[in-house]
Each structure stands twice: as C-alpha cells, then as structure tokens.
Design a protein around this ligand. Sequence first.
Ligand SMILES: Nc1nc2c(c(=O)[nH]1)N[C@H]1C(S)=C(S)[C@@H](COP(=O)(O)O)O[C@H]1N2
Ligand SMILES: [Mo]
Length: 264
Amino acid sequence: MKKPEHFKEKPLVEKQVSGKQLNRRNFIAFGAFAGLSAVGYGGWRALMKAPLEKPGITAGRSVPLRRALNQNELFMRRLFSRNHLVKTYPVNMAAKNVRYNSDVGIAGKFNPADWKLNVKKKNGQTVSFTFDDIKKLPKTDIVFDFKCVEGWDQIQHWGGVKFIDFLEHMGLHDQTDAGYVGMMTPDKQYYVGIDMPSAIHPQTILAYEMNGQPMPVEHGYPLRLIIPVKYGIKNLKRIGEITFSNTRPPDYWAELGYDYYSGL
Ligand SMILES: Nc1nc2c(c(=O)[nH]1)N[C@H]1C(S)=C(S)[C@@H](COP(=O)(O)O)O[C@H]1N2
Ligand SMILES: [Mo]
C-alpha cells in the first residue's frame, strides 16, 4: 500500500541496522518480553493461589499480599513525621455541597441529647464527656483535600478540637504512649483503628463543624474524626467511644480486606 503524501516516517533508530541485526534484536526483545511475562504471570498465579490470611483484625487478602501491605506500612511509618503537614487551602476553595458517602453505624433515628463520648483508658477505666465539655476546648479549622478510596476527592472545611489538644486538656496525655487509638460509633457498627503517630498528628481533629456551621447529622454530628493523613474510611462519623491499646483495634474496612494503615 502506498503511504499518503503527507505521511513522513520518523525513524525510531537513527543508526542504520541490517535486516539480520534487526531480526536478532527482535528475537532477544521478544525473548525478554516472553520471559518477563511468564515470571509476571507465574507470580500472579502464585498470588491468586496463595492461602488467605486467618480472619482477625485484618482479613480477606492472601498471605503474601498482606505481608507486602504490612511492609509498606512499616516503610511509610518510618518515613512519617509529625512535622509533615498535609496541604491546606484557603476557606473560599472549600466545597459548599459536601459529598456524603455512607452511613454504617449512623443510619436511623438519633437524638443528639442522648449522646456522650466515652473514653476507655489503657487501665480499663472509662471517662465520659458531654458535647459542651468538648466545645469549651480550643477550636481549630482545617481546609484540605478529603480523599475516599473509591476514587473521589473534595476540598472540605471542618472545625473542631485537635485530638492532641483534647487529650492534653482532659488529662489524657498519658494515653499517648499506647500504640493505637480505636474509635467506634455509639452502636458499635462502624469502627476504626489509628496508629498513635497519626492520631496525635497536629491536623487530626475531633470535628463538630462543617463550613463554619454545626455539622449535619449525616456527616457525623455531634462529633466525627477528621484525619487528613488517612483516606476517608478512617474518618469515622459519630464517635461514641474512644479506646487506647497496644494492639491493633478492630477496623471495619480492614476486616473486609482493605489496608489497615490506609495512610496518604
Ligand atoms: N460511621 C461511619 N463513618 C464513616 C463511614 C460510614 O459508613 N459510617 N464511611 C467512611 C467513608 S468510606 C468515607 S469516604 C467518609 C465519608 O464522609 P462523608 O459522608 O461526610 O462524605 O466517612 C467515613 N466514615
Ligand atoms: Mo470512603
């Protein structure tokens, strides 16, 4: 077939090569491609056939994949520093129509007057706080890009008390030597586990305002976790209970196969 007049072929390789050389190159390239593909395919098959992890705090993934996720967590945790801040934005860039995602543990009738926050300390003792107790604490605002693992993100504006400030003002600072913080909805249907460095990160807040207004119930009123260093799944709406422990607390999405750490 004759090429159209305007078609100007651009040589991929400037140097002239003989047909014989080309064949040899093609042969080697194809061999390498086939070999790597076989390794890749073999690896994929092995991964697919690998035994599933024992269901527990995490579940639903093959043993080697979970091992890789845990190694990745270790690497990221060593890299993580409290001085590293998530990018923030001017307030006027915050979305007016804030996306609403899911309602595990917050569906049905709810009377905010019945709400209180129960904090279970390492020694097993429980202390409770009212909404007023929390609103008296110093308030912080943050405007950042909220990211959901399902693939959407949105610049949002939240207000509340920094988790570290809450601990300090409520005489709970000694709890920060625990490895993890667990949070649950009052009905215990949705729950998350957070490593301590992320929990006490200066941008992690117990939020009760959205766009400078009291937060709507579907977004977690009266109190939700806003933790910009994690994906949306960890940003628990309607906190009823907070726990401290050295072992990983139960985590709703980790039990369904998602990465426990879910850091950004
Ligand atoms: N109680 C509770 N908190 C939750 C969820 C949920 O289903 N129930 N979904 C999580 C997920 S996956 C995301 S992306 C965010 C969404 O928050 P939004 O509905 O305010 O957008 O909340 C998180 N917190
Ligand atoms: Mo999400």
